[in-house]
Design a protein around this ligand. Structure first.
Ligand code: B12
Length: 489
């Protein structure tokens, strides 16, 4: 049968989602016909109209940028592009992957276009918020949990004209109620084919690194995470999938090596971003075997690591198999907030030691940081800024904490994620939850200037302070300071 996946990510958000790519590979192996409607390359505004935002990235400029890749693309609305895709592909089923962040965009599109095909949602949001996902009239079915075996069974039953309402992982509407079927056990990841990158626009393979452009994308070899950070969706995923087996699961190094070799061969991919939550969580023996197997491929990769799982031996192994960049979760520079509010029990000294091990191996280090935490003050944000500064990291990623459904932060602070009109509050407005001791405008100002504080010497912080203002003057100042940061690179 013909399945149209929908991936509602942001315009020019580059990178192939492993979930859809894996599901597509599994469906094609059974001779189903698959296509994707992907928001990433639907140019809804000309370059001139695009909202100007002060750049805060600390990356070296590349010979060409994502904007250059789409320079010749026609400007069109998402609705028109979707209708055209429905007309040309004529799918039997719409299979839509949703995170909380893009759920409302998907629903809005479906409400406008009113497709005649059955609508099935899967991914993180339906798994952690099944009822919220089934509630809109335009949604017919959801998949709670892994999609591989579920989709194969669903498509086969539909093809044979059989009833499918009893299949595991399915959720559907039953009168005024919702029925969520029992989930199926987790799949054996070693039986998976390589992700189907051919399904996607090949501009998704644009991988800039240190001023050069490589070819590659995301790759994931594990699912789940054994830790319990209070802001992370993993806690809710683990709870809702507790009957499926051990939550943190992973494939063998041989499977990873086979897939990476195939992606290199077919797509000339030499730069991968491991999407695994923490690559250094694997035992030494696993990483040793992985290193043996992928070293001959001569690839480069970036990954995410958790400070307390980093050892000298693991760093050496990562380096030997091609690791050139690692992102470390600092989240907060204040140890009490980190421990009591985020449930990350590690000291600043440990973080420092871990980052130094990576830097000593010449691995480019960036960090994940959050602001707007419950009980956080402006001073606490500066502790995070100072810690990043002291560590001399190459780049910082900073987000305002968003109390995703099912997370401990959401439960502890009893947060309603939908406003009075029923609209899901977007992550860009997370400062509005006012969880911290700072005002919304202060959190928003710090979000915009955090990378500038980290990159510029303290004797220029008075200028950065001025650039915090939400006015046009603040915007111009931020851009000027950003230029100064670039000249320091
Ligand atoms: C790699 C990654 C990214 C990558 C790639 C995203 C992608 N879509 O692949 C990037 C960097 C782009 C990214 C961005 C963001 N991410 Co992210 N990301 C991840 C991460 C670490 C791994 C995802 C992955 O590849 N998993 C492996 C695949 C195989 O699993 P999967 O995608 O869940 O798919 C399976 C099932 O869900 C299901 N399924 C999925 N889609 C469908 C569709 C159908 C029809 C069916 C039947 C089944 C189905 O079947 C798949 C195979 O079994 C997860 C952590 C996690 N535990 O999931 C966070 C995670 C998904 N991200 C998260 C967040 C918050 C974000 C951002 C909002 C961060 C930010 N502040 O900008 C953005 C949003 C981007 C956007 N607008 O879409 C949260 C989502 C929370 C939530 N409630 O939605 C997670 C869970 C992290 C967390 N720990 O909380 N992310």
């Amino acid at each position: 049968m013909k399945i149209l996946f929908v991936f509602a990510n942001d315009y020019l958000s580059i990178g192939i989602p492993t979930g859809i790519a894996t599901l597509s590979a599994v469906l094609k192996r059974r001779r189903h016909t698959v296509d994707v409607f992907d928001f990433a390359f639907v140019k809804t505004q000309s370059r001139k109209q695009q909202k100007q935002t002060a750049a805060t990235s600390q990356c070296l400029p590349t010979p060409y940028s994502p904007e250059d890749l789409v320079a010749e693309d026609p400007v069109q609305s998402i609705e028109d592009a979707f209708v055209n895709k429905l007309r040309s592909f004529q799918p039997d089923l719409l299979a839509i992957s949703v995170m909380t962040a893009n759920f409302d965009n998907v629903i809005r599109l479906l409400e406008k276009v009113k497709p005649s095909q059955p609508v099935l949602l899967g991914g993180v949001h339906p798994t952690i918020s099944p009822k919220d996902s089934l509630a809109p009239e335009v949604v017919d079915y959801i998949c709670v949990g892994e999609g591989e075996e579920f989709l194969l069974e669903l498509c086969e039953r539909i093809d044979r004209g059989k009833d499918f309402l009893d299949i595991r992982n399915l959720g559907y509407k039953k009168g005024k109620n919702f029925k969520i079927n029992k989930p199926r056990p987790f799949i054996n990841m070693d039986e998976l084919p390589p992700p189907d990158w051919a399904l996607f626009d090949q501009r998704h393979l644009f991988r800039p690194f240190m001023g050069r452009v490589y070819s590659g994308s995301f790759y994931v070899m594990s699912r789940g995470c054994p830790f319990e950070c209070t802001y992370c969706a993993n806690g809710a995923l683990r709870k809702n999938l507790k009957e499926c087996g051990r939550y943190f699961r992973y494939q063998s190094p041989a499977t990873t090596a086979r897939h990476l070799a195939a992606l290199k061969e077919t797509f000339n991919a030499t730069w991968f971003k491991f999407g695994d939550d923490t690559i250094t969580i694997f035992p030494d023996s696993y990483l040793e075997e992985l290193a043996e197997l992928i070293r001959p491929l001569g690839i480069m990769f970036g990954c995410s690591v958790r400070p307390e799982t980093i050892t000298k031996h693991k760093v050496e192994l990562l380096k030997s198999m091609g690791c050139v960049a690692a992102t470390v979760g600092i989240e907060s520079g204040n140890p009490r907030l980190r421990k009591e509010i985020l449930n990350r029990k590690m000291s600043n000294e440990l973080i420092e030691k871990a980052i130094n091990l990576l830097k000593d191996a010449d691995i480019r280090v960036s960090t994940f940081n959050m602001i707007g935490l419950p009980e956080e003050t402006r001073e606490n944000v500066f502790e995070t800024i100072r810690l990043n500064k002291k560590l001399g990291v190459s780049a910082v990623n900073v987000y305002v904490v968003y109390p995703y459904p099912g997370t401990e932060i959401n439960r502890n602070y009893q947060i309603e994620l939908r406003d009075k009109s029923g609209k899901l509050i977007p992550a860009s407005e997370a400062a509005g939850f006012e969880l911290s001791y700072m005002s919304r405008s202060e959190v928003e100002a710090l979000l915009k200037t955090f990378p500038l504080y980290v990159s510029l010497p303290e004797d220029r912080w008075a200028e950065v302070r001025k650039a915090e203002q939400p006015s046009e003057e603040g915007f111009v100042l931020r851009n000027q300071l950003q230029e100064d940061v670039r000249s320091l690179l």
